[in-house]
Design a protein around this ligand. Structure first.
Ligand code: SF4
Ligand code: SF4
Length: 381
């Protein structure tokens, strides 16, 4: 597997066209990845209905630049994604999210299509180390190739979301909670993501790290200037570098730990070849990681107790009644039916598995994460 990661400084979204051209020049040109007449899915991150400045979704300027470049070689790009867990994958949802996230305008500007086909199919993947069958949205199945246009953000469950996790968006919305229900352990979930990335096998992964997200991402964190565009043919290599950029210790990065266990490369920085910048150029000081990241690590020599203390040492989701508009997104996203609706959402803490899908999907920021006494003790907060 290729271990090269290409980087170009990009201070703002006004310069994306020229900076992306520089990035592609480093990689030998976009013609290395798409040919005339090929249908190329631009697999963006459209987690939620959020405007571009909130840094929740892939910025439309990146989508325009990539779409134009693909068209220049005669390819036929189409923007596609299935938004986050708990959102039904239907035309109404897609139209609303395309509109809010700037994808409608991006598609018009670049002269590309947006996908409105909401069918999907089960596919078998016997090569998968853990998962040998996925449900995958149709545009990905009918495409000649996929360009993954991911966003660099923190993630309360997986610590960060980047090139590997972006592929989870090929799973239709209401099917996603089932993966959380069956793969409650982070390492298992990460192994599923690695299998899925191998299935999707994007020809090119391009990371929007111009403005990323810090704090309790991937939805309610804070936009943070990073100032880089990155690209790689191997999404794992891209995530190794992305983790370094935000200062995420690999011991707290389930995707890299799972990759190491499965003998996938690269899973450490020294295994990656950086082209275009040194790692010291791109590290962002004091990048705020999610408050969930330090679970377990703070237990020190008692880490082996972590599975037993999972609930007591982790953050507890809690509904802020005054903010809840009873939209039901958390109810639909919850993989273990721990949420009921009765005027507003209620969480049954005994049933909760701490996947944080409710926190991720609440459009009103009505799910807060509260710390327990043990959490505060091990994390010294
Ligand atoms: S907590 Fe949020 S997602 Fe859940 S019902 Fe209330 S507003 Fe909707
Ligand atoms: S209530 Fe618990 S199990 Fe359900 S979505 Fe929220 S964090 Fe996940």
């Amino acid at each position: 597997m290729d271990n090269k990661v290409y980087l170009v400084k990009c201070p703002d979204y006004e310069h994306v066209n020229e900076k992306l051209a520089e990035l592609m020049a480093l990689m030998g040109g976009v013609s290395q990845f798409a040919r005339a007449g090929e249908k190329i899915v631009l697999k963006v991150n459209l987690l939620q209905s959020a405007t571009p400045e909130k840094a929740v979704t892939t910025h439309p300027a990146v989508v325009v630049a990539v779409g134009r470049m693909a068209r220049q070689v005669g390819a036929v790009p189409i923007i596609a994604d299935s938004p986050g867990a708990g959102l039904p994958y239907n035309q109404k949802t897609l139209e609303r999210i395309y509109h809010t996230t700037g994808m409608v305008e991006a598609a018009e500007t670049a002269g590309v299509e947006v996908n409105l086909d909401t069918t999907y199919q089960a596919v078998s993947f016997p090569q998968g180390n853990l998962i040998k069958r996925f449900e995958v949205i149709s545009p990905v199945l009918t495409a000649d190739g996929v360009f993954s246009l991911c966003k660099l953000k923190t993630h309360t469950f997986m610590s960060m979301t980047g090139a590997i996790k972006n592929n989870f968006g090929v799973i239709p919305g209401l099917t996603k909670p089932g993966y959380h229900a069956n793969l409650q352990d982070k390492l298992h979930f990460a192994k599923m993501l690695l299998d899925l990335a191998a299935y999707v096998s994007p020809r090119l992964s391009i990371m929007d790290a111009v403005i990323g997200m810090e704090g309790n991402g991937p939805h309610t964190g804070t936009p943070r200037q990073i100032g880089w565009l990155l690209a790689a043919t191997n999404p794992l290599a891209l995530d190794v570098v992305a983790g370094e950029i935000i200062g995420l210790d690999r011991a707290q990065n389930p995707v890299l730990l799972a990759a190491e266990q499965q003998g996938l490369y690269p899973h450490r920085l020294e295994q990656v070849e950086l082209i275009g910048a040194d790692i010291s150029d791109v590290r962002v000081p004091n990048f705020k990681l999610p408050s969930t990241v330090f679970d377990e690590a703070g237990l020190g020599p008692l880490t082996w107790l972590a599975p037993m203390l999972k609930k007591a040492s982790s953050l507890q989701p809690h509904i802020i009644k005054d903010r809840c508009v009873a939209c039901g997104s958390c109810y639909q996203a919850c993989p273990v039916d721990a949420i009921t609706m009765n005027g507003y959402a209620h969480i049954n803490d005994k049933a909760c598995i701490r996947c944080y899908c409710c926190h991720e999907m609440c459009p009103e920021e009505a799910v807060e994460l509260r710390s327990s006494w043990l959490y505060r003790l091990v994390n010294r907060t």
